[in-house]
Structures are given as structure tokens and as C-alpha cells.
Design a protein around this ligand. Structure first.
Ligand SMILES: *[C@@H]1O[C@H](CO)[C@@H](O)[C@H](O)[C@H]1NC(C)=O
Ligand SMILES: *[C@@H]1O[C@H](CO)[C@@H](O)[C@H](O)[C@H]1NC(C)=O
Ligand SMILES: *[C@@H]1O[C@H](CO)[C@@H](O)[C@H](O)[C@H]1NC(C)=O
Ligand SMILES: *[C@@H]1O[C@H](CO)[C@@H](O)[C@H](O)[C@H]1NC(C)=O
Ligand SMILES: CC(=O)N[C@H]1CO[C@H](CO)[C@@H](O)[C@@H]1O
Length: 678
């Protein structure tokens, strides 16, 4: 311990020495070779450290963290168009190893060429410690990264959990391939596991003349002899990736080179064991005999005698049992107060939920939204469940909220997602629902990648189902229940593709926390009626407004607000009104239906949706009337697109203050709207 501390102090002194006298020790930014990173001139941050053995370690035991190491001096590239084409050429070669922990592959790392070394705001996991949700895929990033990725992230459209990719300004690779190398001797590709704990060599070469970026991998052969000849001839004759890129569009005049590592909930130790770089030509080949070994796994000590061993074993077992007991107690700790006793039938233990979801494993994650994460699980009885973890800070109001939740558990309707129970812990509430195998409706309507299409009659049945569930909540149950967040992503589909309304009452939970100056309501932009965002008035009419927006999105196959559409189509209600005035209402129907629908039904749904979208709450129909019309038992009231006044979603920042939403990063998540409570 003391020795480690001493050596760390030494390192601080040595590195500040380098910092102040760079010219004395630096190897220049344009060409260097390192076998011992204590001699390198690096600027490091986060988890990254340089070990006393000279290895660069990018990640350690921390989860959800990042680590960076960049060569302190930028490389100067001539990016002017008059410059010779070779001026952007560079090549680099390095040895890396990922040591997985307990079979987990961990997240990956990347070799990075970047205009800046400030990655304070970058996120770990799929963002590789390079970007965050708002900076991803922006040309201002000026980042080229070669990712060595051991985790398959759907956000990054990854192909597998063992791949190499070329990334430009974004976590979505422009080119990627499963990790493998071409064996010159065998004349074929051999796959290579990145997170194997073995040392792997990688070459990254860019030729400015033919604008080709090549990435080549190879394992370091187990060395029997120390023959340098053997070690230098292992480069495969074919690269794994070879991709034309015009780097003059990405590079600025000064670019930093280095590495970025990150961890998620699973982690691995990532090491760099040697690195050479050269601008404008071929980097010096690394000499394999100089590459250090990986640190040995932590040693297991042997007790001197059998007696000491058995005594210490008994003591150890007792301590371990005590620690395990305390650990388990803490791990499964819940909050259960006296007043909750009456709800015990609805109460589920955290341990049960923990086991059902395999410890809230990432692979059990069904989705994440404005309110928290949802996990799939299975109870010992075999019942499939969905567990929603809602975080909350305030204990205040909890008693009333829990009693509401429990009474909602008594709601029974075939188009509601059944709430099975709840559990309460410090800082979070867990709600347990029936598991819906077919996911949420928005995935079918808006996700163009998944070719799961819904035809008109399926859509119409879903609309009718949701309408009857809302009628039940508004009029047929013993109390009036408002849903407050109706939208396609809160409609789940059961195994028979029937629409079921989920997440009821959650918005109510989150609009607590009112204080004297400001009041807040929770909902989703595009589904919130004007009187809700302006005055915070939630009524059955505001639910009807949201249901109208929902009917329109199902018929038109797009969200109420879509910033990617041309301006005249951006706000769905406005667009339908203008098509309606020209008598071309059906122009707005979802193209994915390919014209295959019942014209009368679609027209009815569009008109009904517009009736519900009217600005004045009392002009909107009630759920009973809506359902009567949808079932063909009543005629749809007339609507004049010329004269009716519609409630148009407000997107500007004037008036209500909308958190986590702006024109630049529009959100379909549930948001909190603050408005002046005067
Ligand atoms: C993303 O990064 C930028 C700067 O790189 C920062 O200004 C912004 O606050 C970050 N956003 C988030 C959500 O962390
Ligand atoms: C990149 O790979 C291609 C195809 O194998 C090869 O023709 C080219 O010479 C390579 N470029 C560099 C800089 O190694
Ligand atoms: C080996 O992999 C490379 C790169 O992925 C590919 O272009 C090539 O066709 C493969 N060769 C063989 C023999 O499979
Ligand atoms: C590469 O990009 C630069 C800067 O945008 C441009 O001037 C040049 O014509 C491009 N070269 C090619 C071959 O596309
Ligand atoms: C369209 C779709 O994904 N349908 C599925 C709904 O769920 C049932 C039962 O799990 C599946 O059989 C369907 O294929």
C-alpha cells in the first residue's frame, strides 16, 4: 500500500516534470514509439492510469465510467485543398488486451483522432466515452475513431459483441466487421475474440493519395524463441477493414491522437502495451520481444500449516457468512412502513423481483423512457412480468400515492395492462405489470427498420380497444381516473395484438412537487392540450385531447410533431386541417398502408381525431360518444375545417417552460412542463 502510494507520488512528480519541460523529453508529436508509457507524454483522465510496469490501463473496476489517454502534443495536418494529397497520411500500430471479469466481455475501447481532448461530457457504454446523446453524429465533433467493441449496443446499430468499426463523428460505425484476421499461412480468415485476455496487435493506416483507411488485426503469437524476425512478420496481407474516407472533411489542422475506454454495468480491464505512430509514412514496427506481459491475476496465498489454515478457514467462513448476510440484507433492502400493512397482498418483495429479473440484468431490459427503466422477469410461478423502476426523491405524498397505486391494481379491463403489485425502496418505486409479449405500438408505427406492419383493421381494433379502456377509466369505474399520458408508446400489444393502455397514473405521481412559484404538469409534447400546458388543468377533456392525437398518429403513421417533416407538415393537426380544407383529407393517411384501408373508417378516425383536438375543452366529444361512433352506433358530428379552432402544440420556449426539449433535440419522452402558477 505504502509502496503503491510512494510510486504514485513519484509519478505525479515525474509527470509534472514532463509537463513543464516537454521539449527535453518529448519524442515530438509526429513520430514516436513507446514500450513503456511512463516515458510517454500523455495527458490522461478518468479511470486511465499508467502502471508501474509501464502499461497504460484505460479502465478499472468502476462501472459507467470513462478513461482517456492522449498524446499531449497535437499532430499538425495540412487540410487546405491546395496541399499535396499525402499530407494527411498517417499510420499507427499498437498492442492491446482486454481482460474480462468473470466471463463478462465488458464495453470496448477506441483509437481516436480528435480535434479536442475535452471529453468531460461524454458518456460511457455505447457512447464509447466520446460523445453524448446531444453531441453524437455532429460534424462539429471532428472525431475519427476505430472502435474495438465487445458489447452489442442497439443504439449504435452494432453488428455483434465482438467487432471492429470505423466511426466518423458518431457511435454508429460507417463500416464494421466481426473481429478476425487473415492468416497468411492458412490463406483464410480466422476469427479473433477481442476480450480474450490475450494481447492483440492492430495496424491503422491511412493513405492520403488513394484516401483509403485500412485496419488490420492479428494475435501476438506465443513466443517460443526471441526471434525478432518472426515477431515482425506477422502482419496479415489483407486488412480486416479497408474504407475510402476523405479525411480533409474531418480533420482540422491540429488533431490529438490517443485512446478512449469506457465501462458499462459490465466491465473489463483494458490495457495498451505498446504504441508506435508516424505522420506521413509507415510507423515503426513494434518489436514483439519488447512488449511487456500483462499483470498476473491476483495471487492466492497459501497458509503455512494445516492448523492455521483450518482455524482461519472457520473464522473466514463465519466472517463471510456475516458479510454475506449483511450484504444480502442491504442488497434486498426495502422500505415498508406501518401504514402499508393493509396493502400486503399487493406488496412484492424486492428479492422476488431481483431474482425474477436476474438482478435487473441489462439483457432483461425492455426499454427506458421518461419515467425509468422497464425489465422483463419471470416469477417462480412462471408468470411473466414487466417491472418498472421509477425513481423518486420525495417520500412526501408517498402514502397517498401508494394507496392510489393499490386501488389502480383493482382496475380490471381487457384493454388495460394489469398492475400486479408494487415494491418500495429508498429512492425508488417498483411497479409490476403483466408482461406484454408484442411490445409497444410506437415500435410498429414509427420504427422503419423493423418491418412489423400493422394493417388497417388491426389498427382500428387497437383504437377501439384503447377507447373502451379510457371510457372505463373516465366513467365506468367507481372513481374518475385520468390517464394523463396517452400516446402510442404507452399502448402495449398483447399476444393477440390487442391494444392495452399502460402506465396509468404515473404522470400524476410526477406532477407532485409543486411549490409556490411554479407549478408543473407531466405529459408529452404534442399530446398535451393547451389548457394543460397553459394552466395545468388536467381533466377528462385533456385525456380526450391526447386520445385524439393518438388516433391521428395511428391513422397517419407519424407522431403529432415531427421536426423532420417539411414545415407545413411538421405539426400533424395543422397539416390535416389544411388538407381537410382542400378536401384532400386522405392525403395524410400513412403510406405504409399502401392504400389498403376502409375509406369510411379512416375518414371517421381522422374527423374524430380532429374533433378531439379542438382548442376549447367543451367542444371535444366525451369518450362515450367517441366509442359509440367508432363502433358504428352513432354518427360522427360534423366538423368544419374552415371555422374550427384547433389546439396547436406549442414548441417555442415562450409561455410554458419545457424541460429537456428544444427544437434542436426534440423529445418524444414524457417531460415536465413548468408554468407560472399565477
Ligand atoms: C453533451 O456534451 C456537450 C459538450 O460536449 C455539453 O455541453 C452537453 O451539456 C452534454 N449533454 C449532456 C446531456 O450531457
Ligand atoms: C489498404 O488495403 C488495400 C486493399 O488490401 C491495399 O491495396 C492498400 O495498399 C492498403 N493501403 C495501405 C495504406 O496499407
Ligand atoms: C476475409 O475477410 C475480409 C475482410 O472482412 C474479406 O474481404 C475477405 O473476403 C475474407 N476472405 C475470405 C477468404 O473469407
Ligand atoms: C475532400 O474534401 C475536401 C474538403 O471538403 C474537398 O475540397 C475535396 O475535393 C474532397 N476530395 C475528394 C476526392 O472528394
Ligand atoms: C406481429 C408480432 O410480433 N406478433 C407476435 C405477437 O406475439 C405472439 C405471441 O408471443 C407471437 O406469436 C406473434 O408473432
Amino acid at each position: 500500500m505504502a509502496a503503491a502510494l510512494r510510486s504514485q507520488c513519484l509519478w505525479i512528480i515525474v509527470s509534472s516534470f514532463f509537463f513543464f519541460f516537454p521539449s527535453v523529453f518529448s519524442q515530438g508529436g509526429d513520430e514516436f514509439v513507446y514500450y513503456d508509457f511512463r516515458k510517454a507524454n500523455l495527458s490522461i483522465d478518468g479511470m486511465a492510469t499508467i502502471l508501474s510496469s509501464g502499461l497504460l490501463q484505460l479502465t478499472n473496476d468502476s462501472t459507467q465510467s470513462t478513461g482517456h489517454a492522449f498524446h499531449r502534443f497535437p499532430v499538425e495536418f495540412d487540410t487546405s485543398s491546395s496541399s499535396s494529397s499525402e499530407s494527411l497520411s498517417f499510420s499507427t500500430e499498437f498492442v492491446f488486451a482486454f481482460v474480462p471479469e468473470a466471463g463478462n466481455r465488458g464495453q470496448g475501447m477506441a483509437f481516436v483522432v480528435s480535434a479536442s481532448t475535452d471529453f468531460r461530457y461524454a458518456n460511457p457504454t455505447s457512447y464509447l466515452g466520446l460523445f453524448n446523446r446531444s453531441t453524437d453524429n455532429k460534424t462539429e465533433n471532428h472525431v475519427l475513431a476505430i472502435e474495438l467493441d465487445t458489447n452489442r449496443s442497439p443504439d449504435a446499430e452494432d453488428i455483434s459483441d465482438n467487432h471492429v468499426g470505423i466511426d466518423v463523428n458518431s457511435i454508429v460505425s460507417m463500416e464494421s466487421a466481426n473481429s478476425s484476421y487473415f492468416s497468411n499461412a492458412e490463406g483464410k480468415n480466422i476469427s479473433l475474440v477481442l476480450a480474450s485476455g490475450k494481447r492483440i496487435l492492430i495496424w491503422i493506416e491511412y493513405d492520403g493519395a488513394d484516401k483509403l483507411l485500412n485496419v488490420t488485426l492479428a494475435p501476438i503469437p506465443v513466443q517460443e524463441s526471441d526471434s525478432p524476425l518472426l515477431s515482425r512478420s506477422i502482419k496479415p496481407s489483407l486488412p480486416l477493414l479497408s474504407r475510402p474516407i476523405n479525411l480533409s472533411e474531418i480533420f482540422l489542422e491540429e488533431m490529438y491522437i490517443g485512446f478512449s475506454g469506457s465501462t458499462g454495468t459490465v466491465k473489463s480491464d483494458q490495457y495498451i502495451l505498446g504504441w508506435s505512430f508516424k505522420k506521413g509514412g509507415k510507423a515503426e514496427s513494434l518489436d514483439m520481444s519488447k512488449i511487456p506481459n500483462l499483470p498476473p491475476p491476483p495471487p492466492r496465498k497459501r497458509p503455512p500449516t494445516v492448523i492455521v489454515a483450518s482455524i482461519s478457514a472457520v473464522a473466514f467462513l463465519m466472517i463471510a457468512a456475516a458479510v454475506l448476510y449483511l450484504y444480502q440484507k442491504r442488497k434486498y433492502a426495502e422500505i415498508l412502513e406501518q401504514w402499508e400493512k393493509e396493502y400486503s397482498p399487493q406488496r412484492l418483495s424486492f428479492k422476488t423481483l431481483y431474482k425474477a429479473t436476474k438482478g435487473f440484468k441489462e439483457s432483461m431490459l425492455l426499454g427506458a423512457g421518461g419515467f425509468g427503466k422497464v425489465y422483463r422477469g419471470e416469477l417462480p410461478s412462471g408468470t411473466e412480468i414487466a417491472v418498472k423502476r421509477v425513481s423518486h426523491e420525495a417520500e412526501q405524498g408517498m402514502r397517498q400515492y401508494v394507496s392510489e397505486i393499490v386501488s389502480m391494481g383493482r382496475l380490471r379491463h381487457r384493454n388495460l395492462v394489469q398492475l400486479l403489485g408494487y415494491c418500495r425502496r429508498r429512492g425508488e418505486l417498483l411497479l409490476v405489470y403483466d408482461y406484454m409479449p408484442n411490445g409497444s405500438l410506437d415500435d410498429y408505427l414509427f420504427n422503419s427498420e423493423k418491418p412489423k406492419k400493422l394493417n388497417w383493421s388491426q389498427r382500428f381494433r387497437i383504437i377501439k380497444g384503447v377507447a373502451s379502456a379510457l371510457l372505463y377509466l373516465h366513467e365506468e369505474w367507481e372513481q374518475v381516473v385520468l390517464h394523463r399520458d396517452i400516446k402510442a408508446s404507452n399502448i402495449l400489444l398483447d399476444s393477440g395484438l390487442n391494444g392495452r393502455l399502460g402506465d396509468f397514473g404515473l404522470a400524476r405521481f410526477h406532477d407532485r412537487g409543486t411549490n409556490l412559484q411554479a407549478t408543473r404538469v407531466v405529459g408529452t409534447i404534442g399530446y398535451m392540450a393547451p389548457e394543460l400546458t397553459e394552466m395545468g388543468l388536467a381533466t377528462t377533456w385533456t385525456d380526450v385531447y391526447a386520445f385524439g392525437a393518438f388516433m391521428l398518429e395511428v391513422a397517419c403513421g407519424r407522431r403529432p410533431v415531427d421536426p423532420e417533416r417539411p414545415p407545413e407538415q411538421m405539426i400533424l393537426v395543422k397539416w390535416i386541417a389544411s388538407c381537410g380544407r382542400r378536401g384532400h383529407l386522405l392525403d395524410t393517411v400513412d403510406d405504409k398502408l399502401e392504400g389498403d384501408f376502409e375509406v369510411e373508417e379512416v375518414e371517421m378516425v381522422l374527423k374524430m381525431g380532429m374533433l378531439c383536438s379542438q382548442r376549447m375543452p367543451e367542444d371535444r366529444p366525451a369518450m362515450r360518444q367517441i366509442l359509440q361512433c367508432l363502433e358504428g352506433n352513432d354518427r360522427v358530428p360534423d366538423i368544419s375545417f374552415e371555422n374550427a379552432e384547433f389546439g396547436i402544440p406549442s414548441l417555442s420556449n415562450e409561455g410554458p417552460m419545457i424541460t429537456s426539449s428544444s427544437a434542436a433535440s426534440f423529445s418524444y419522452d414524457t417531460v415536465t412542463v413548468l408554468f407560472d402558477g399565477r
